[in-house]
Design a binder for this molecule. Structure first.
Ligand code: G16
Length: 544
């Protein structure tokens, strides 16, 4: 077997976004495109000779081909061992778990998360470091810098590895171990949650649930954990077979894209509990019977009830949330007397807080929740956390959330997405809002008065690194907030995200539809940013 050194030229567009490099499949299929990026990763790392790398993905179109290329490049670049999930599958949280359990040097995770898959849809790649979490900005910046200069990559000439058979194979000096994709992760879940109690809940005959895996990566995990281990009836997991194109769906667990599940939970004879997860298994949506739990509320409820769960009964060190996530979790942290950290959007910003023991639970408005058990957000973990609470409290999802609001008040919240906006128009919109920054404080919009307006900047409390320009916040004197931000995960044009939040202490108003409760803020946002005019769109494409 020969190691080939292949001459190449840089691609200008390999800057990792919020979570790795995401592009359309045909972009990745260009000669040398994937190879350049993988070599740029390896060239940005030091000390991996002979070490272990974890590789796996969400099973989307091009997953298998990409893995074969990565294995041969890992062999040519001197890794000692690669652990790869059977069939090339590893959910993102499972990849994090496997990296940590095996003290691997790092991992390559192949996913474009919640974005659609297929020959003309999305693909993605990101590097995770030895703590199991996404590479921090200094690493992603080094990878990007290298990608702009790269002139060669190294690859082994060899036959493909059989990814479907468990066991070991050799690629030159590299050992490739095809591992069970589910076992380590399922074991970790069992160590955190009261499986006996959840089992009793699920087999008691009173409680019914369903989980929509959206033909994405969590199918095998959910069937093994909920149906086989916890005794939920066969068929509890919907769309449980991973497909390369997710069955033509959009594996994004929100009210728009998980509409089949929403119909079941809001239909007649609805089950007590429903959940969906995304393409790579790190996101979750939680529903009760005719009730939607916003991700921000979900984080707050999990934090407030953490002591009911074995893995967290010792208490929480702190909570962390991304800036646009509602401040519901801050209220719980204040009551518990622990710190609440506000980070930029992107799970990578939680890594240092988790490693330093400053935060135990983390969450984002973008349907992500997780803890220090791994260094990624974790969809099925959130489902198990909810089931553990439901099993102990023996109340409905709706009762638990409403009681939470009674105790803490309700942070009414919504996100409006304007997808596939022309990039120049989106940039102009943000610039126009930026220009108003000095004049907005003190300005009145009806009953609302602007208290502050800034472009969020974060100083990491652990390593002092600074991340600027993370979204424009307009804060009002009554605690309400509007946030404008451009997504860092889209692959087509720009996606404008408008985040809206107000605080409602009055229990009598807790039942209001958030779109009604936030109507004034929605109008103010349009007045400030001229969203409809600037985007040329009448309404958002997705409201959550
Ligand atoms: C990624 C990041 C999350 C982020 C989300 C949305 O999630 O890991 O931290 O909140 O994207 O980011 P944006 O608003 O920039 O689109 P995932 O599930 O896509 O990996």
């Amino acid at each position: 077997m020969n190691i080939r050194t292949v001459a190449t030229t840089p691609f200008a567009d390999q800057k990792p976004g919020t979570s790795g490099l995401r592009k359309k499949v045909p972009v990745f299929q260009q000669p040398h495109y994937l190879e350049n990026f993988v070599q740029s990763i390896f060239d940005s790392l030091e000390g991996y000779q002979g070490e272990t790398l974890v590789v796996g993905g969400d099973g989307r179109y091009y997953n298998r081909q990409a893995i074969q290329i990565i294995l041969k490049m890992a062999a040519a670049n001197g890794f000692g061992r690669v652990l790869v999930g059977q069939g090339g599958i590893l959910s993102t949280p499972a990849a994090s778990c496997v990296i940590r359990k095996n003290q691997a040097f790092g991992g390559i995770v192949l996913s474009a998360s919640h974005n659609p898959g297929g020959p003309n849809e999305d693909f993605g790649i990101k590097y995770n470091i030895s703590n199991g979490g996404p590479a921090p900005e200094k690493v992603t910046e080094a990878i990007f810098a290298r990608s702009k200069k790269i002139d060669q990559y190294r690859i082994l000439e060899a036959a493909d590895v059989d990814l479907d058979q468990l066991g070991s194979a050799k690629l030159g000096d590299l050992t490739v171990e095809v591992i069970d994709a589910v076992a380590d992760y399922a074991g970790l879940m069992e160590s955190l949650f009261d499986f006996d109690r959840i089992h009793q809940l699920l087999v008691g005959g009173q409680f019914r649930m369903c989980i929509d895996s959206m033909h994405a990566v969590t199918g095998p995990y959910a069937r093994a954990i909920f149906e086989q281990r916890l005794g939920a009836p066969t068929g509890t997991v919907l769309n449980g077979i991973p497909l390369e194109d997710f069955g033509g769906g959009h594996p994004d667990p929100n009210l728009v894209y998980a509409h089949d599940l929403v119909q079941i939970l809001f239909g007649s004879n609805a089950p007590d509990f429903g959940a969906a997860s995304d393409g790579d298994g790190d996101r979750n949506m939680i529903l009760g019977s005719k009730f939607f739990v916003t991700p921000s509320d979900s984080l707050a409820v999990l934090a407030a009830n953490a002591k009911l769960v074995p893995g967290y009964k010792a208490g929480l060190a702190g909570i962390a949330r991304s800036m646009p996530t509602s401040q519901a979790a801050d209220r719980v942290a204040a009551k518990l007397g622990i710190d609440c950290y506000e980070t930029p959007t992107g799970w990578k910003f939680f890594g240092n807080l988790l490693d330093a023991g400053k935060a135990t639970l983390c969450g984002e408005e973008s349907f992500g929740t997780g803890s220090d058990h791994v260094r990624e957000k974790d969809g099925l973990w959130a489902v198990l956390f909810w089931l553990n609470i439901l099993a102990v409290r023996q109340e409905s999802v709706k009762q638990i959330v409403q009681e939470h609001w009674q105790q803490y008040g309700r942070n009414v919240y919504s996100r409006h997405d304007y997808e596939a906006v022309d990039s120049d128009r989106a940039a102009t919109l943000i610039k126009q809002v930026n220009n108003q920054m000095p004049t907005l404080p003190g300005k009145k919009f009806g009953a609302y008065e602007v208290e502050y307006c800034d472009d969020f900047s974060y100083t990491d409390p652990v390593d002092g690194s600074i991340s600027k320009n993370q979204g424009i916040r307009v804060g009002f004197t009554d605690g309400s907030r509007i946030v404008f931000r451009l997504s860092g995960t889209g692959t087509q044009g720009a996606t404008l995200r408008l985040y809206l939040e107000s605080y409602e202490p009055n229990v009598a108003k807790h039942g209001l539809d958030p779109q009604d409760a936030l109507a004034d803020l929605i109008t103010i946002a349009d007045e400030i940013a001229q969203i409809r005019e600037s985007t040329g769109m009448d309404r958002p494409t997705v409201i959550t």
